[in-house]
Write a protein that binds this ligand. Structure first.
Ligand SMILES: [Zn+2]
Length: 500
C-alpha cells in the first residue's frame, strides 16, 4: 500500500490547451494561481497525449488512465469521437452497426460505451463520495451540470462541494472531484488559439482555480488535497480547407445507412481521416483484398481499389491499416508514407501483448517515415526490436510523432476502430462527416505533431506533494499519480504510472 498523502483530489481538465500556450501565460504572470500550483508541486511542459489527438479517445483516457484497445480485455471502448459499433465477433444487439457521434448531443451515452473492463478514476477509489462538475465520462460519480453552463460555474461548483457539500447532497466534501471545462475547445475551433476570447477563457480558468484554492484554505482542506490540471490535446491551424463531397460522389462511393445497412462507406475526416468499409457484412471489417476490389452498391459501377482511391485525396501523406490475420494479442499494422515526389514508402508496426504489457516494433523498408533517425535519442529505437510505451515515450517525447508506434496499434486493435486511417499532417482539413462537408474551421486538433500532442500536466496543493519539474510524462500518468497520493492502487487496466 502506498503512503496516503491526501484525503481529497480534484482533477481540472481544460479542453484543448497546448502546453506551450499555458506555460507562456504562467511565465508572463497572467495565470498566477496555476503558476503557484505548478511551482510548489509537480509540473511538466511536455506531457504526451494519445493519438489521434481528438477529444475522444483522449478524454476517456484521461479519466481511466488507459487507452483504446481490445476493450473486452483492456482499454476503453472509445476509439474516437465518431465510430461504428461493430464488434468482433459481431454482437447480436442490433441488425446493423450504429454510427456513434459524440459531437451530436448524445455525449453522455459514452459512459455505457466505455467497456466494463476499464475503470474511471472514481471507480478506482473504494468510496461513493465522488463528484463530477460537468464531466462526460462520469461513471462512478455524482454528476452536476452547471447552471448557467459557464466556466465560472463549473469551477465554482468545485469550491461549493468543499464549503457547502450539502448543496449537492454530499455529507462531506467528495474524495475525487473532476471538473471539465469545454469552452476553451469551443472557442479554439471557432476563433483560434491566438484569439483573445480563447486566451481569456484560459484566464477565467485561472481565476476559478484561485477561488478553489482560497475555499480549500478557508475550510482547512488545502493541506490534505491535491489539485491536478490537465488537457486532452493541443491544437494547430490547417493550411487549407477542402471539400471532398464531389470526389466521393463522382466515384460513386455511397454513405452507409445504419437503419437499412445500405451504402459503401462511413468516414470522418479533419486532417486525420477514418474510413469504415463493409466486410462480408457491416459487422465485419474489410480484408485488404476486399478493399482492393471493393464492390460498390450503385448499379453499373466497377469494383474500386479503395487504397488507390484514398491516395487521390489531396494532401494525404500517411495511410494506416491492419493486417488480416491480427489478433488482439499479436499483429501487424501497415504504414505507408507519400513523399513530396509522390513516391510511396512502406513500413510496419508489429505488436504483441496488450494494456501496459503491449510491445511494438517499428520496421521500415527504405525510409524512416517519421524521421526518428534525425535525433540521437529517437534513433536508438530504430533497432526493429519490441519496445513498450515507456520506452517509446522516453525516446520520442521531444520530437514530432511522439509515441505514435505505440499508439496506432492501441487504436486499430479496437473492434470499433476504422479500416483505413489517413493523415495530411494539417496541410488539408476536410470537415467531412456522414457523407457531407460540414461548416468547419482551420483551427483543429487530431494530428501527431507536437503542437497537437503536447499538453500541460500539473499536480499541486498540499506541500506533501514533492516539488519537481518533469522533463516528460504522458496524460495517462495523471490517474495513477492521483491514486498514489490517495494511497490507492490503480486498476490492472491502467497503462500510465505514478509520477510521484
Ligand atoms: Zn478536446
Amino acid at each position: 500500500m502506498n503512503r496516503k498523502r491526501v484525503n481529497n483530489v480534484i482533477l481540472i481538465f481544460i479542453d484543448d490547451v497546448r502546453a506551450g500556450h499555458l506555460f507562456e501565460l504562467i511565465e508572463n504572470g497572467k495565470a498566477p494561481n496555476i503558476a503557484k500550483l505548478a511551482r510548489e508541486g509537480i509540473s511538466c511542459q511536455n506531457c504526451v497525449t494519445s493519438y489521434p489527438s481528438i477529444t475522444f479517445p483522449s478524454y476517456s483516457n484521461l479519466i481511466t488512465g488507459s487507452y483504446s484497445g481490445y476493450y473486452p480485455k483492456e482499454g476503453s471502448g472509445i476509439p474516437e469521437y465518431h465510430y461504428l459499433t461493430r464488434t468482433d465477433p459481431p454482437s447480436e444487439g442490433s441488425r446493423y452497426p450504429k454510427i456513434i457521434n459524440c459531437g451530436a448531443g448524445s455525449l453522455y451515452k459514452l459512459n455505457k460505451q466505455l467497456g466494463p473492463n476499464c475503470k474511471t478514476i472514481f471507480e478506482q477509489v473504494e468510496d461513493e463520495n465522488h463528484f463530477s462538475s460537468c464531466n462526460i465520462v462520469s461513471r462512478g460519480s455524482k454528476l452536476i451540470s452547471p447552471s448557467p453552463y459557464t466556466t465560472e460555474v463549473i469551477l465554482n461548483n468545485v469550491a461549493k462541494a468543499f464549503n457547502h457539500p450539502s448543496e449537492f447532497d454530499f455529507s462531506k466534501p467528495p474524495i475525487v472531484t473532476v471538473a471539465y471545462v469545454p469552452y476553451t475547445d469551443h472557442l479554439m475551433h471557432l476563433k483560434g488559439f491566438d484569439h483573445e476570447d480563447y486566451i481569456n477563457e484560459l484566464l477565467k480558468c485561472d481565476v476559478g482555480i484561485g477561488n478553489i484554492i482560497k475555499t480549500l484554505k478557508e475550510t482547512g482542506y488545502y493541506d490534505s488535497t491535491a489539485i491536478g490540471i490537465l488537457s486532452d490535446h493541443g491544437n494547430y491551424k490547417a493550411k487549407q480547407l477542402y471539400n471532398l463531397e464531389p470526389y466521393f460522389n463522382e466515384i460513386g462511393l455511397m454513405q452507409y445507412n445504419p437503419k437499412k445497412g445500405t451504402g459503401d462507406f462511413d468516414a470522418v475526416l479533419g486532417s486525420v481521416g477514418f474510413f469504415n468499409f463493409r466486410g462480408i457484412d457491416w459487422h465485419h471489417h474489410s480484408t485488404i483484398d476486399e478493399m482492393k476490389k471493393y464492390k460498390l452498391s450503385m448499379a453499373g459501377k466497377k469494383d474500386l481499389n479503395l487504397i488507390d482511391t484514398i491516395w487521390k485525396i489531396p494532401g494525404v501523406k500517411y495511410m494506416y491499416y491492419r493486417d488480416d490475420d491480427n489478433t488482439p494479442d499479436k499483429g501487424t499494422i501497415h504504414l505507408k508514407y507519400r513523399d513530396e515526389k509522390d513516391i510511396i514508402h512502406e513500413a510496419r508496426i508489429e505488436f504483441e501483448g496488450h494494456g501496459k504489457n503491449q510491445k511494438t516494433s517499428y520496421i521500415y523498408d527504405d525510409l524512416d517515415i517519421y524521421g526518428y533517425e534525425n535525433n540521437e535519442q529517437s534513433a536508438s529505437l530504430l533497432d526493429g526490436k519490441p519496445h513498450d510505451i515507456n520506452e517509446w515515450l522516453e525516446g520520442t517525447n521531444h520530437v514530432d510523432f511522439p509515441m505514435i508506434i505505440d499508439q496506432i496499434p492501441r487504436y486499430l486493435k479496437n473492434p470499433r476502430s476504422c479500416d483505413i486511417m489517413v493523415s495530411t499532417l494539417g496541410e488539408y482539413s476536410f470537415g467531412f462527416e456522414h457523407g457531407e462537408t460540414k461548416p468547419s474551421s482551420r483551427y483543429s486538433h487530431d494530428i501527431c505533431l507536437r503542437k497537437s500532442m503536447i499538453v500541460p500536466f500539473i499536480i499541486g496543493g498540499t506541500l506533501d506533494i514533492p516539488s519537481k519539474e518533469l522533463s516528460y510524462c504522458k496524460t495517462t500518468d495523471m490517474v495513477p499519480s492521483l491514486l498514489d497520493l490517495l494511497g490507492e492502487k490503480p486498476h490492472d487496466s491502467v497503462v500510465g504510472k505514478s509520477v510521484i
